[in-house]
Design a protein around this ligand. Structure first.
Ligand code: SF4
Length: 347
């Protein structure tokens, strides 16, 4: 099956392109105050190392907006300034080098204020995300149609100002509403869509909710960038986003591990082997090849899966049989298997 992407306008955020045929980009947020420059830069570096491509900072006051200048100087990622309530913070963020502004139609809605932000964004050639959130819809009942109308009414204002450098998001905490809102909006305009479910919760439940909602949309070709929101370290958001995109074969982030769930037949600590392999891959992934690696607990399905993968190992007692491109190669002791598999992946 091939996913046919929705045709959308192309928007540029520093060196990252969204929309058109450009890859679905991964974004996340820092979770410290932007004015704590060193802490912010540390998180940005961790996110960039993990594969994040765009980072958003909450800009709550003048100190945060001013800090963007220093952050920009050292950041490897384009910086998006997340603005609520005070349009003047958007002007200051733009003045200090923000690569994109997120405005919430629920709390920055006065025409004159929008006009000022638009002329500053136009002058610097940076895009604006119209970020609708079900938790901050203004003067309307919270439902899907009102979320979509809230975005489209804002777009009309921007277009009235001859501004088309726009991205849209429509985040609800309810998955069905999120899917419905993005589906409707995708048919009514051709701006790139930033996908996300808001307030999803803990890493386990949140990653599942995000995978269901964003997976359904991405399968329909909807979505040009995504953020998986989790009540946890942002690194987990990036890893979840990468897993969603690679499982749909929209992006490729190095080796895919296929491992069995284990059962009473398994005679090795397969959970530990797979965890070790995954952790070691996080650092080696940049140089790893995009291959399928099967790690299987016994001879029932092990040799079959291992043969189907590029590299595989099927365990017996204390050792496993290593397969390369469907052929058995050698026996490997459990204690050496992670090292051996990694060597095969990065060679
Ligand atoms: S491969 Fe073997 S150990 Fe793993 S789940 Fe299947 S039967 Fe159990």
């Amino acid at each position: 099956m091939i996913i046919k992407r929705r045709k959308s306008k192309v928007v540029k955020i520093d060196r990252i392109f969204l929309g058109g045929n450009h890859p679905v980009a991964i974004q996340s947020m820092t979770k410290v105050k932007a004015s704590c420059v060193e802490a912010t830069l540390k998180q940005i570096k961790e996110l960039a190392d993990a594969g994040c491509e765009i980072v958003r900072l909450a800009v709550k006051d003048n100190e945060d907006a001013s800090a963007i200048k220093k952050i920009k100087d050292k950041s490897r990622l384009p910086i998006v300034a997340d603005i609520h309530f005070d349009w003047r913070l958007a002007l200051k963020a733009i003045d200090n080098g923000a690569d994109k502004i997120r405005l919430n139609p629920g709390n920055i809605y006065k025409k004159e204020e929008i006009k000022s932000v638009v002329s500053a964004a136009k002058a610097c050639g940076i895009p604006i995300r119209v970020g609708v959130n079900s938790g901050s819809i203004r003067n309307r009942r919270v439902n899907v149609d009102n979320m979509v109308n809230s975005a489209l009414d804002y777009i009309k204002i921007l277009e009235g100002l001859k501004f088309y450098n726009t991205v849209i998001s429509l985040k609800a905490s309810n998955i069905l509403d999120t899917i419905d809102a993005y589906r409707k909006c995708s048919k009514l305009c051709d701006y790139p869509l930033h996908l996300g479910v808001t307030a999803t919760g803990t890493p386990f439940g949140g990653a599942i909710k995000s995978s269901v909602a964003l997976g359904a949309l991405l399968l329909e070709g909807i979505g040009d960038t995504l953020r998986v929101s989790l009540t946890d370290n942002s690194l987990q958001e990036v890893l979840a986003a990468k897993a969603i995109l690679s499982s749909l074969e929209l992006r490729n982030f190095g080796p895919e591990i296929i491992s069995c769930p284990t059962c009473g037949r398994c005679e090795v600590d397969l959970v530990k082997v797979v965890r070790d392999l995954e952790n070691r891959l996080l650092t080696a992934r940049a140089s790893a090849r995009s291959i399928k690696v099967a790690v299987m607990g016994c001879v029932v399905n092990g040799p079959g899966e291992a043969k189907e993968a590029d590299i595989g190992i099927a365990f017996g007692k204390n050792e496993g049989l290593l397969f390369k491109h469907g052929k058995p190669v050698k026996k490997v002791k459990v204690k050496d298997c992670v090292k051996v598999l990694l060597k095969e992946m990065v060679s």
